[in-house]
Design a protein around this ligand. Structure first.
Ligand SMILES: Cc1cc2nc3c(=O)[nH]c(=O)nc-3n(C[C@H](O)[C@H](O)[C@H](O)COP(=O)(O)O)c2cc1C
Length: 216
């Protein structure tokens, strides 16, 4: 794919088909993405590929969230409120998404956020815990974007999900190798249901003139 088609064509997919993603394809995507830049080339990130039975366990927990008596909360602070101009952009997204809900309310609900939108695979990104710098989040974002672009280039859909890591203790229980890591996001990965309106609404972006200031 042309670079511009990849960067503009990638979009968050919120309804996946159940078709599994071949392990070799996941490997290729991650093999490309590991060339992302990071502070002093520290690459302080780890990726956990979760599929099959393990993912189903997480999905069932997602249907009935907050079963833990006192959930510790996410490893990184999540925004609770925005200044009005950012809140307006967020509202715009939620309005566009709401408009894609099926008119027939008796239709079976599609897999929601807690079920990773039905994705057959979720990549969990975790970062080294001992780093005293917020830039580890920046680095993680770079590799996450690389994964999303490489996946799109390979015909796969993704959705970056902070919601997927809101109970990181449950993830650490399920993924013992991650005991000493902090979870940044999950990325739902799979084949997009191309017909689903939630995957087709026209997205908005701030115009260049509002985004950029020039000096000199
Ligand atoms: C850090 C981060 C966390 C996100 N968390 C979620 C999430 O939990 N659930 C979700 O549906 N989308 C989530 N998104 C996707 C954003 O809503 C999406 O990227 C944004 O609306 C722009 O749309 P696009 O990805 O289709 O271009 C997240 C994106 C980022 C970068």
């Amino acid at each position: 794919m042309e670079f511009e088609a990849v960067i503009r064509g990638r979009r968050s997919i919120r309804q996946f088909t159940p078709e599994p993603v071949p392990q070799e394809l996941i490997r290729e995507i991650l093999d490309q993405a590991r060339w992302s830049p990071s502070w002093a080339n520290t690459q302080a990130w780890s990726v956990y590929v979760v599929t099959g039975e393990t993912l189903e366990r997480l999905r069932s927990a997602g249907k009935a969230p907050n079963q833990r008596e006192a959930p510790a909360g996410p490893d990184f602070r999540m925004p609770r409120e925005w200044p009005p101009y950012l809140a307006a952009r967020s509202k715009q997204l939620y309005d566009l998404r709401a408009a894609t809900a099926p008119a027939d309310t008796t239709a079976p609900a599609a897999a929601g956020s807690g079920e990773f939108y039905g994705a057959p695979c979720v990549l969990f990104f975790a970062a080294e815990r001992s780093l005293a710098s917020d830039y580890v989040l920046f680095d993680s974002g770079l590799i996450v974007q690389s994964v999303c672009l490489a996946a799109h280039d390979s015909g796969l859909g993704t959705c970056i999900m902070a919601m997927a890591v809101r109970d990181p203790d449950a993830l650490r229980e399920l993924l013992p190798e991650a005991a000493e890591k902090q979870f940044v996001v999950g990325v739902a990965l799979g084949y997009a249901d191309q017909e689903a309106p939630v995957n087709r609404f026209e997205r908005q972006r701030v115009p260049l003139a509002e985004l950029v200031s020039w000096a000199g």
